[in-house]
Each structure stands twice: as structure tokens, then as C-alpha cells.
Design a protein around this ligand. Structure first.
Ligand SMILES: Nc1ncnc2c1ncn2[C@@H]1O[C@H](COP(=O)(O)OP(=O)(O)O)[C@@H](O)[C@H]1O
Ligand SMILES: [Mg+2]
Length: 296
């Protein structure tokens, strides 16, 4: 399948955020990314969580001399393209190691510490049609870098009791941060993870969420265009197994429900990105062809 950077008019940089752990951020980054790549969008994943779960999930353990996201953030001479490793056709990963935890303090001395990631990703030109950033479950300087680099935010969540309260708080925090570092940033989608389609509780939480988003659509807030992305990702044991094998769900078991849910999610994300209403500001620089034709 050809990897057509022209399929999307604009390059999308998505920060995948929720301050709660265990809600499906890493699983969504890995498998939505793999699904986008399979649908023809050349995609780069950035592991911005010092736990390095995304890198482990995709079977990448950087050796002592391999550049990681830490090097890219702190060493001007290491580019995103240098640090990226191809994990599947059309899917690259900028990996992390646990030394990324030190970046919180090491970045402190750098003047552009909040916009470092943005600048380094901008230098990669139009190599990737989509970049997904897996964020840590905290609002430190790494997450602020992700919000500074992103064109939009996806929030994975579980439809649990009190989940809506957490999401409301998260959206407010994102709103405050973006007013400072990235005023055009939009929260564009909620991804329902480990979804229990049959339970009344999940249905009620989703209804409340829809009503909340509906009421925000007329307000001047960064989540006014936010929608619940479809389909929800159902709970599927294969999604929990695949990280142990260092594989995306498509490499591990392409016929399972987890794979079909993430493939359908990628289709609806691409459709949202191609609809004129969702056009965002960052235009791909059409004059740069850096690396655009090679996939391996
Ligand atoms: N749809 C799903 N079905 C079953 N297990 C899932 C699903 N999504 C995530 N998991 C599992 O739930 C745990 C938490 O998910 P993870 O993506 O690591 O969350 P986060 O990155 O937000 O901490 C992991 O063990 C993961 O394998
Ligand atoms: Mg994670």
C-alpha cells in the first residue's frame, strides 16, 4: 500500500492525554497509530512517558548509543528523524527510556523548555502525516511540551462513575495551559476505552458526556468542537496481551475485536480530519519533500 502524505491536507499532531493512569492512553497511541499507518497515513508515535510503556509495547529497547526522545529534547543535533525507528511499515516510533524522567529537571535550564518538542517536530517537515504523542499521567513540563507541539488533543477515558468529573477538570486544565503555550489548540476527540457496551452505567456516562459536550459547543472553550469518537474500543484481552509480544494489535492478532475497533476508529478519525469543518491551522509545507517518499 502506498503511503500517501497527500491524503491529509494538513499534518496532524495529536497529544493523547489523561491525567489518570490506566485509561488506555498507551494502548490507543500504539494501535490507533498502527491503524492510521495501515490506512495509508505515514505516522510517527512519540513516547513522552518516562515509564516508556509505548516503546516496550512496540518492542523497542534503545541501546546505549541509540538516540531517544530525551536526546531529541535536550540535544539540538539529534533530529526527530534521527531518533525515529520504524516499527511497522509506515509506522515510526521515537522511543523513550526511563532516563526521560530526568528531562523534567534537565529541561529547566533551557530557555525554550516549553516549546522544544514543537520545534524539533516542525523540523521534520512533512515526513509524517500524523504524529501521536503518548503523554505521562501528570501535567509536568513533558506534557506541556506535548500541548505546545500538538494541533489537537484526544482524551482516552473509561466510562466509569466520576469519569466525567475527571474529564471536565482535565479539559479546564488543558484550556489554561493552551491559553499560555498554544492558543489555537483544540480538544477534538474523546476515545472510550475498555468500553462495556452492555452496561447501564457506561451508557449513562456516555449520555452525560454527550450532553456536556453539546452544551460546550456554543462556548468559547478549546473543547467546543470535541466529540465522542466512534466506535468505542471494547474491552478485549488481546489488546492487553499484545504489549508482552512487543507488537501492535494488527501484528499480534489482526482478526480480533480490538483490531477491528481500532481500524474503525482510524477510519472515523481520518474522515473527521478530511471534513472541512475540522481544518486546523498548521499547513504542511508543500515545498519540502524531505524523506517523504521512503517508507523504510
Ligand atoms: N480495550 C482494552 N481491553 C482490554 N485491556 C485494555 C484495553 N485498553 C487497554 N487495556 C489494558 O489496560 C491497561 C492500561 O492501559 P494503558 O493503555 O497502558 O493505559 P495508560 O497509558 O492510560 O496508563 C494495560 O494493561 C492495557 O493493556
Ligand atoms: Mg501509558
Amino acid at each position: 500500500m502506498p503511503y500517501t502524505r497527500h491524503m491529509l491536507e494538513t499534518r496532524r499532531v495529536v497529544a493523547i492525554i489523561n491525567q489518570k493512569g490506566g485509561v488506555g492512553k498507551t494502548t490507543t497511541t500504539a494501535n490507533l497509530g498502527a491503524a492510521l499507518a495501515r490506512a495509508g497515513v505515514r505516522t510517527c508515535l512519540v513516547d513522552l512517558d518516562p515509564q516508556a510503556h509505548l516503546s516496550l509495547h512496540l518492542g523497542v529497547r534503545p541501546g546505549p548509543d541509540d538516540p531517544t526522545v530525551y536526546d531529541m529534547l535536550l540535544d539540538e543535533s539529534v533530529t526527530a528523524i534521527d531518533a525515529a525507528v520504524e516499527v511497522e511499515p509506515g509506522l515510526d516510533l521515537i522511543p523513550a527510556e526511563t532516563d526521560l524522567a530526568a528531562a523534567e529537571t534537565d529541561l529547566a535550564t533551557i530557555p525554550d523548555k516549553q516549546s522544544r518538542l514543537r520545534r524539533m517536530l516542525e523540523k521534520s517537515g512533512d515526513r509524517w502525516g500524523a504524529i501521536l504523542i503518548d503523554c505521562p499521567p501528570s501535567l509536568g513540563v513533558l506534557t506541556i511540551n506535548a500541548l505546545g507541539a500538538a494541533t489537537e488533543v484526544f482524551v482516552p477515558m473509561q466510562a466509569h462513575f466520576l469519569a466525567l468529573q475527571g474529564v471536565g477538570k482535565l479539559l479546564e486544565t488543558v484550556g489554561l495551559v493552551c491559553a499560555g503555550v498554544n492558543p489555537s489548540l483544540q480538544v477534538s476527540g474523546i476515545v472510550l476505552c475498555m468500553h462495556e457496551t452492555q452496561t447501564t452505567l457506561a451508557r449513562e456516562v456516555v449520555e452525560d458526556l454527550q450532553a456536556f459536550l453539546e452544551s460546550s459547543s456554543t462556548q468559547d472553550v478549546p473543547w467546543r468542537t470535541c466529540r465522542v469518537l466512534s466506535p468505542p474500543i471494547r474491552r478485549n484481552i488481546k489488546l492487553a496481551e499484545s504489549p508482552s509480544f512487543g507488537q501492535s494489535i494488527f501484528a499480534y492478532d489482526p482478526t480480533c475485536r480490538g483490531a477491528s475497533d481500532y481500524a474503525a476508529l482510524a477510519e472515523s478519525v481520518i474522515a473527521m480530519w478530511r471534513s472541512p469543518a475540522s481544518e486546523v491551522e498548521v499547513k504542511v509545507d508543500a515545498t519540502s519533500s524531505q524523506g517523504a517518499d521512503s517508507i523504510g
